[in-house]
Ligand binder design. Structure first.
Ligand code: 6PG
Length: 236
């Protein structure tokens, strides 16, 4: 399934557009079902979006007590480590939100070996979601075409019978826990959030078909599917 591309002139307008879209998705889910289940991306790109969501007028437009925050992936480090996706999201957004602690579902990758943490997190997701799909999955895009921690040529790409898995990433010599294609593809909405000149090559390679079979290209969202980009990433 091809994504609907939303290309904004610069990073500030990209963040505003994505924040408005996020608020609209949250409000619609809460109005319809009384809850908004969202999986957040790690990395550096979405930090500005998270900061924006924790400011006016965006923060007040969401009933955060009805939001469940999940994480698309996590590095196997302490939640206080500089590489922790949770640390980035907590500092950029969570610490400023009126969201109950119980609604923030961190991947506790320091609490055991990655495979066990993945199993436990999958059980936690099933317990909270109760067979409902995620309402929104926010993803970044790696320069190698990975999403979450679904890295090229890893067994994580082939997992179809679990919502989460663990993956050893050779190039980083480190383990990660990640959501898998089944849980991402069944979400009501998937947004890949891409910004900056550094991503122009991978975006071009993918949109021109110069490369095939990358993890992001194996996404097959059953719901709405968007790429939110600034002009720099879109090569404009
Ligand atoms: C992670 C992310 C990962 C990220 C991409 C892009 O844990 O690193 O989940 O999938 O979104 O690597 O990272 P940047 O936004 O830092 O370019």
């Amino acid at each position: 399934m091809k994504p609907e591309q939303k290309i904004l002139a610069d990073s500030a307008s990209l963040i505003d557009a994505a924040a408005e879209h996020f608020v609209a998705a949250a409000r619609a889910a809460i109005a319809k079902r009384g809850v908004f289940h969202v999986a957040l991306a790690g990395g550096s790109t979405p930090k500005g979006l998270y900061q924006k969501l924790a400011t006016s007028p965006y923060m007040e437009q969401i009933d955060w007590a009805r939001v469940n925050l999940f994480f698309g992936d996590e590095r196997c480090v302490l939640p206080t480590h500089a590489d922790s996706n949770f640390k980035m999201v907590r500092e950029a957004m969570i610490d400023r939100l009126p969201i109950p602690h119980k609604n923030v579902h961190r991947m506790p990758t320091e609490e055991g070996v990655a495979p066990d943490v993945a199993i436990r997190y999958g059980r936690k997701m099933q317990e909270v979601l109760a067979d409902a799909p995620l309402d929104l999955v926010l993803l970044g895009l790696g320069s190698d075409g990975h999403i979450a921690s679904l890295f090229p040529e890893t067994a994580a790409l082939e997992v179809v019978d679990a919502m989460t898995t663990s993956v050893y990433v050779e190039k980083f010599d480190s383990w990660r826990v990640t959501m898998t294609y089944p849980v991402i593809n069944t979400a009501r909405q998937v947004i890949v959030f891409i910004a900056g000149q550094a991503k122009a090559d991978i975006v071009k390679d993918i949109t021109t078909g110069a490369v095939q079979g990358l993890p992001v290209q194996r996404l097959d969202p059953q719901g709405e599917y968007y790429w939110f980009m600034d002009a720099a990433a879109a090569g404009q």
